[in-house]
Design a protein around this ligand. Structure first.
Ligand code: DP6
Length: 416
């Protein structure tokens, strides 16, 4: 094959996910095996996703990767583990159109180029590594004609970043912690697809933050080593919550879903506080968002919105339906109005139809909003929130057949 000039490419798109029952703590750092099961909702890739193009050519002399246009090193153990595992599963490939034949054994000597792009700011702290590693593994599996199903692939993506394994499916997904020492049974399965509970609307408040947060990886390591609450949570609390959450999802019981989601987010943050040294992921704005939702839920006969926070101050708010989402939008924009000079168009992004449902077309509509019924003395806070993203539960990974969406040049295999 040496001297040949062909480039074979595959492009895929993979969603991000947010846990409603959190993963926090590993029992094996290298294989990334968790101390408890977790459950997440996959977010609509139209608003939050990673696109990855992977290419192979006999003319490439090393594995290379570009993230959002900048070359990054693949030397880290997490990348190396994923590349090794996926190469071990490569099969014969025959591309008649290009006249390319790659035998299973050739893959050991062939190098790959990888280009990855997030359609949301990496700095926003929205689980970019989850979508990124899921997309890397999914696209390489397709390039190399691996026969594994998405659950098998999730056990490889897991070795890139734990939460990545849940991005191999749409809808609601469970990461089963597993028991095997080699991690073979620590993998994701889909609980229900994205159509099962399609009334749900998700609004993410991207909270302004100046401080650099402790990474999930080192934070959870400290929690495992120092927090007694984590041990209790993993052994006694989460297993029962998982059973109840699965039931709530199956029966679309929003009341139970909300109770479990909020309690689990709060307990995860309590565990962070119980860590030595303590970890603070939420800030004043996060606490105000919790209070806004708690007050509203308590004033209604049944809960309207669930909230959950990951390793950062951003709130993920899950509304029971469009009507509740429109009302939530009005409350959020009352509490956290954009600066008068800011362009509303950039302040609420994603599915803007929610804004329309809320009757908000411009800054003057926001200024005219009255305080929420349940909190008449509420104060308005400018500057707490950078922007809101309106989205919904979404689908799992897909291959993009439209070659114009590829991130690598089909002739050179270098970024376009
Ligand atoms: C708070 O998956 O980022 O988002 O496995 O070390 O890469 P590593 O950690 P990561 O941790 C995610 C933690 C969380 C909760 C969750 O997604 O379940």
């Amino acid at each position: 094959m040496a001297g040949e000039k062909w480039v074979r490419m595959v492009t895929a798109q993979t969603p991000t996910n947010i846990a409603v029952i959190k993963y926090w703590g590993k029992r094996d750092e290298n294989l990334i095996l968790p101390v408890n099961d977790s459950i997440s909702v996959t977010l609509d890739p139209a608003h939050l996703c990673t696109t990855t193009t992977v290419a192979v050519s006999p003319s490439f002399d090393q594995d290379r990767m570009w993230l959002n246009g900048k070359e990054v090193s693949l030397a880290g153990a997490r990348y190396q583990n994923c590349l090794r595992e996926i190469r071990a599963r490569a099969c014969d490939v025959e591309d008649e159109e290009k006249g390319v034949k790659i035998a299973k054994k050739d893959w050991e000597n062939l190098h790959v180029h990888i280009a990855s792009y997030n359609n949301f700011p990496t700095a926003a702290g929205l689980a970019s590594s989850a979508a990124g590693f899921a997309c890397l593994v999914f696209s390489l599996a397709k390039l190399m004609n691996a026969k594994e199903d998405n659950s098998d692939l999730s056990a490889i993506a897991r070795q890139g970043s734990g939460s990545a394994c849940r991005s191999l499916f749409g809808g609601f997904v469970k990461w089963i912690m597993g028991e095997a020492k080699d991690g073979r049974d620590s993998r994701a399965v889909q609980l229900v697809d994205e159509k099962h509970w399609d009334e749900l609307v998700i609004i993410i408040a991207v909270v302004s933050s100046r401080q650099k947060e402790t990474s999930s990886t080192s934070g959870m390591q400290d929690s495992v080593n120092t927090s007694l609450l984590l041990e209790h949570r993993a052994k006694e609390i989460v297993p029962k919550r998982i059973v109840r959450m699965e039931e709530a999802l199956k029966t679309k019981d929003f009341g139970s879903f909300t109770e479990l989601t909020c309690a689990d987010s709060n307990q995860f943050h309590a565990t962070c506080l119980d860590t030595s040294p303590p970890i603070f992921y939420m800030n004043d704005t996060s606490h105000r968002l919790i209070s806004c939702v708690e007050k509203w839920n308590r004033s209604e006969a049944t809960p309207q919105v669930a909230y959950t926070f990951d390793a950062g101050p951003n709130a993920v708010l899950i509304a029971r339906n469009r009507k509740a989402a429109a009302q939530l939008m009005q409350k959020l924009l009352f509490y956290f109005p954009p600066n008068s000079d800011a362009d509303l168009d950039n302040y609420v992004i994603g599915d803007k139809s929610i804004l329309k449902d809320a009757g908000i077309e411009g800054i003057k509509d926001i200024e005219a909003l009255s305080p929420p019924q349940e909190n008449k003395d509420a104060l308005r806070h400018k500057d707490g929130v950078s922007y809101f993203i309106c989205t919904r539960p979404g689908r799992g990974p897909v291959l993009l057949s439209d070659t114009t969406q590829a991130l690598l040049n089909p002739q050179t295999g270098l970024p376009k």
